[in-house]
Design a protein around this ligand. Structure first.
Ligand SMILES: [Zn+2]
Length: 157
């Protein structure tokens, strides 16, 4: 079960923790999705073991933002690395002791690249958009005409 949150229209200064630290910008949260569940599935253990699937222990989150301005500290720290019209955040969350949260943060001016950033490419496999990412992109399409156009014309189905 994938939860798609209703757009919250987070206006103003937004802070996201990326792989290399805190990124602050003025913009808007277009949409987010999370595969988090409340119920654990590993009787007799506090946390999911290695390779064991439990969406209360490990889950993914995607967020798509529009960016109008980067905070000065962010510019000083990262230069123009996060300059772009859109910011796409992917997190592999975990509460399992000893495991680290996977963070990916990419800026782009291209609506098509927003879709590409949410596309999984594994070696010798067809590119894939997870159902969570697809639902997020469909939802965000309602709010951003350029993403809608790119989503309607996407190559990967
Ligand atoms: Zn669990």
């Amino acid at each position: 079960m994938t939860n798609i949150k209703q757009p919250t229209f987070e206006h103003g200064w937004i802070n996201v923790i990326g792989p290399r630290g805190s990124v602050t910008f003025k913009g808007e949260l277009l949409g987010e999705t999370s595969s988090h569940q409340n119920q654990h599935f590993h009787p007799g253990a506090d946390y999911a073991r290695k390779g064991e699937r439990c969406y209360a222990c490990r889950w993914s989150e995607y967020k798509i933002f529009t960016v109008t301005e980067l905070d000065t500290r962010t510019l000083v720290a990262f230069g123009s690395h996060y300059a772009g019209r859109y910011l796409v955040a992917s997190f592999g969350q975990t509460i399992v002791p000893g495991e680290e949260i996977f963070r990916r943060l990419d800026a782009t001016d291209s609506p098509a690249e927003v879709i590409e950033l949410l596309t999984t490419r594994k070696f010798e496999q067809k590119p894939n958009i997870t159902s969570a990412a697809a639902r997020l992109l469909a939802r965000v399409s309602d709010m951003d005409r350029d993403i809608q156009e790119a989503w309607d014309n996407r190559v990967v189905l």
